[in-house]
Design a protein around this ligand. Structure first.
Ligand code: DGL
Length: 272
């Protein structure tokens, strides 16, 4: 079925498996301060990164359906794992409604940042398995050598709020030091999971100085801005949050990802 396009004043739907996508929402709000956003975190079923592709597609469709029912004018899949598995399924399902993922924008950021064309993608198991980053970077820089590394523990650390200190540092070193051991080390790391930007400092402390670290947030915001081309709406826009598990926990943990306070009253529990 084809979905009618919502009017220009409708909100923008954004979703992730949990609070990670709030790192993207933060950039979207900064780039488009006049827009209204409704964000859904599927916290009850996190992590997506260790699930099969078929399961992630099913979850992503349910999350997106919930946002579509709320009349959003476009969708941002602020989850690399869901974008890798379900971008084309969601585009097909909701056409002509625009659907943006975070992988292409992340690849754009990496391709622009790397001088040596040696790029490492840090992501979930699901994103690594699908090869979506490797393919997206190859389209932009065919000469690039891309290593993709699954760092599932980073998701748990980020959700737990353990973004600094000995445990986070030890996990970062365990994952990253071997990446730089050979002569063919990357000069650019892509944070290919929207949970990872909150671990940027421990990641930076575990890799050689000068390594460029990029994520999808700013380039996704640029892609969305381009898509919504037209007169900028005057702000401030409204933010609405939906979570499939404890609104209180979402608000508490999510504030760090969004970079501003979220009240538990601002979060509505939903059952998908
Ligand atoms: N934030 C999600 C991503 O960008 C993954 C976290 C999870 O495993 O659910 O891939």
């Amino acid at each position: 079925m084809a979905y009618p396009l919502a009017e220009a004043g409708a909100p923008i739907g954004v979703f992730d498996s949990g609070v990670g996508g709030l790192t993207v929402l933060r950039a979207l709000c900064a780039a488009l301060p006049g827009e209204d956003f409704v964000y859904l975190g599927d916290t009850a079923r996190l992590p997506y990164g260790t699930k099969s592709s078929a399961t992630v597609v099913r979850y992503a469709v349910q999350a997106a359906d919930e946002l579509i029912e709320r009349g959003v004018k476009c969708l941002v899949i602020a989850c690399n794992t869901a974008a890798a598995a379900a971008l084309s399924a969601l585009r097909e399902r909701y056409a002509p409604l625009p659907v943006i993922g975070v992988i292409e924008p992340g690849a754009v950021a990496a391709a622009a940042a790397s001088r040596s064309a040696r790029i490492a993608v840090l992501a979930t198991e699901g994103t690594v398995r699908g090869g979506a980053y490797q393919q997206a970077i190859a389209r932009l820089r065919p000469e690039a050598r891309v290593t993709a590394l699954a760092c599932p523990l980073f998701v748990a650390l980020a959700e737990e709020g353990w973004t600094e200190g000995a445990v986070a540092q030890a996990a970062a070193e365990r994952y990253l030091v071997p990446l730089f051991a050979g002569s063919d080390a990357p000069d650019t790391l892509v944070l290919g999971c929207t949970h990872f930007p909150v671990l940027r400092e421990v990641i930076a402390a575990s890799v050689p100085e000068g390594t460029r670290i990029v994520d999808s947030a700013a380039t996704t915001a640029s892609a969305l801005k381009l898509l919504l081309a037209g007169p900028a709406r005057s702000g401030p826009g409204a933010l609405q949050f939906l979570a499939t598990d404890s609104p209180e926990r979402f608000a508490r943990i999510g504030s760090r990802f969004l970079g501003r306070a979220i009240g538990a009253d601002d979060v509505t529990g939903v059952d998908l």
